[in-house]
Design a protein around this ligand. Structure first.
Ligand code: DGL
Length: 274
């Protein structure tokens, strides 16, 4: 059965994968963390496009993926439109949940936490122009937060400081809705909640992305048979052992086996097949 390829710059997309697995338990997933290149947030759009094209080719040609979920706001912002033009495979991308936030805010003020790459993209500019009319949007790129999360430090003084600095001006301005616009950030949700308190709504778009994946698979007649158990394969372009421990920590699994994928120029290939 053909798998669904899921990728992110690192472990952030695991916050999407857990909802994909819960909602689509019969599917086979291949999750690729491009940790050789993390973080994407401070890279140019050209670089991110090149990585996303290489990963898509790898998923399509080597793994015969039937669909691809870009579990990364930054890569979706830079590359999704182009990938849809260039590759004949259904894609599901991500974007900061500006639309649901604008719909549900009472104060008319929403805060968006995403990466610098996402904020700088045309896709994000179009998104806010279309859906945030009449709403004041506060943005913060949370510089340094993705590397902390990648290092497994989910509750460190640095994480508290970065989030405090990002959220304090938003709270002072009367923001009542905060969007987690980077897939790494749900892993520091307890810290965000501790800072904003219960009066602020926090939106993680991952459940909606998993639902959308189900819709896209159904549209293309690609859903797996329901009575078969699904599976997941974990790949990284970085170091295998730390990655295995990260997956175990973040998804609550034991004895996770991971594989290494290797970049050779712009091409990606898996070095060890199971
Ligand atoms: N997790 C990614 C996102 O959703 C990118 C983080 C990064 O590599 O900077 O934007």
């Amino acid at each position: 059965m053909a798998p669904i390829g899921v990728f992110d710059s690192g472990i952030g997309g695991l916050s999407v994968l857990r909802h994909l697995q819960a909602q689509l338990p019969a599917e086979h997933f291949v999750y690729l963390a491009d940790q050789g290149h993390v973080p994407y947030g401070s890279r140019s759009a050209e670089e991110i496009i090149q990585f996303s094209q290489g990963i898509t080719q790898f998923f399509q040609r080597q793994l015969n993926a039937k669909a691809i979920v870009i579990a990364c706001n930054t890569a979706s912002a830079a590359a999704l439109s182009l990938l849809r033009e260039q590759f004949d495979v259904p894609f599901v991308g991500m974007e900061p949940a500006v639309k649901p936030a604008a719909r549900q805010t009472q104060s008319g003020k929403v805060g968006i936490l995403a990466t610098g790459g996402t904020f700088a993209s045309d896709r994000y500019a179009r998104l806010t122009a279309k859906h945030a009319q009449g709403v004041t949007v506060w943005e913060d790129p949370c510089i340094g937060l993705v590397p902390e999360i990648e290092a497994g430090r989910l509750d460190s003084p640095a994480v508290h400081q970065i989030l405090q600095q990002a959220l304090s001006p938003m709270l002072a301005a009367g923001v009542d809705t905060v969007v987690l616009g980077c897939t790494h950030y749900p892993f520091v949700l307890p810290v965000v909640e501790g800072i904003v308190g219960t009066a602020v709504t926090i939106i993680d778009p991952a459940p909606a992305v998993a639902r959308q994946t189900g819709v896209v698979l159904r549209q293309h007649n690609l859903l797996a048979e329901r009575d078969q158990p699904g599976s997941v394969r974990f790949l990284t372009t970085g170091a295998a052992e730390p990655y295995a421990r990260q997956v175990e920590q973040l998804l609550g699994l034991n004895d996770v086996v991971v594989e290494t994928a290797v970049w050779r120029g712009e091409r990606l290939s898996v070095s060890s097949n199971r």
